[in-house]
Design a protein around this ligand. Structure first.
Ligand SMILES: C[S@@+](CC[C@H](N)C(=O)[O-])C[C@H]1O[C@@H](n2cnc3c(N)ncnc32)[C@H](O)[C@@H]1O
Length: 279
């Protein structure tokens, strides 16, 4: 049983306003940045048409983005945030912080370059393999996408790295991971680009220890916070969309009873910008 104080806090605010909140510095910042896909978000996806059939005409999702804020994301401000909120480079080896940025394949190089400009001069990509694809409308015309991508970024020293398996032995960690969908009974489906909690847990386990701080500045449904809390980490996040924030707070930021018993001192919090300024 761990007596480390687990925290899970989500703020309904722009991450740019982080100074309003007293957030400790993180070992890991993990984010799925808005893809700036804009009005083609549902291209190749059956939801573009009513009932998934083009004979029925376009649905209300045709020519729509995934969510309102998708389209004007400021990557430079995001990197500035990460630089301020990640712990400083430690003297010892094996303790350095890391960032993980989920992004589209086409964004990998841009993210790498922004990272370099903001002091994260090292990076390597991760690939996630799915056994399904949302692009069924083009399935008879071309090879369909069934992968997701992320970039691990760090300043100088290699980030903290846990590769000891259940057998107590060290194992190589490959740069590809299986993208297993979450069971909807275990985790609610809230966000159109929601990441599986189990995939996030695997990454958090590798790059942090129990008691470390994990931040997700664009938390969406709160999956990163939930994954971190289940592993006994302290987690903090921001989400500007009112509905995602509300649903995350009500459905995702809840731990099953056995986890609550494991972390008796745990605190779950949330605040809107207004609530915060009233304090
Ligand atoms: C790609 S989604 C994240 C989905 C999330 N990983 C999940 O599993 O649910 C990005 C989220 O960032 C939010 N967002 C965009 N800009 C933001 C900002 N400046 N501050 C906080 N949240 C932001 C969007 O509203 C959106 O929900």
């Amino acid at each position: 049983m761990s007596d480390k104080n687990v925290v899970m806090e989500l703020y309904h605010d722009n991450f740019q306003n982080y100074k309003r909140y007293n957030i400790p510095k993180a070992q890991l910042v993990i984010t799925d940045i808005p893809y700036n896909i804009g009005v083609d978000a549902y291209a190749s996806n059956p939801s573009w048409y009513n009932g998934g059939d083009n004979k029925n005409g376009e649905s209300k999702l045709a020519k729509k983005s995934f969510f309102n804020s998708d389209g004007n994301f400021n990557i430079a401000e995001y990197f500035h945030f990460c630089n301020r909120l990640l712990i400083k480079e430690p003297k010892e080896r094996g303790k350095a912080p890391a960032m993980i940025v989920f992004c589209a394949f086409e964004q990998l190089e841009t993210v790498r370059q922004y990272g370099e400009k903001h002091g994260f001069k090292n990076s390597y990509p991760l690939v996630f393999i799915k056994n399904y694809s949302a692009q069924v409308l083009k399935a008879n015309m071309k090879i369909v996408g069934a992968t997701e991508y992320a970039l691990v970024l760090y300043r100088d020293k290699l980030p903290k790295f846990n590769n000891i398996g259940a057998d107590g032995q060290k194992h190589m960690v490959f740069n590809w991971f299986e993208w297993k969908r979450d069971n909807s009974k275990q985790y609610p489906k809230i966000h159109p680009t929601q990441k599986p909690v189990n995939v996030l847990k695997r990454l958090i386990e590798i790059f942090t220890d129990e008691g470390d701080v994990v931040i997700d500045p664009c938390a969406g449904s709160g999956t990163t916070l939930r994954a971190a809390a289940e592993l006994g980490r302290k987690s903090y996040g921001f989400e500007i969309d009112r509905n995602f924030y509300k649903e995350a707070k009500e459905k995702m930021l809840i731990l099953p009873e056995e986890k609550q018993l494991m972390f008796p001192g745990m605190s779950i919090g949330s605040a809107t910008a207004d609530e915060r300024s009233e304090k």
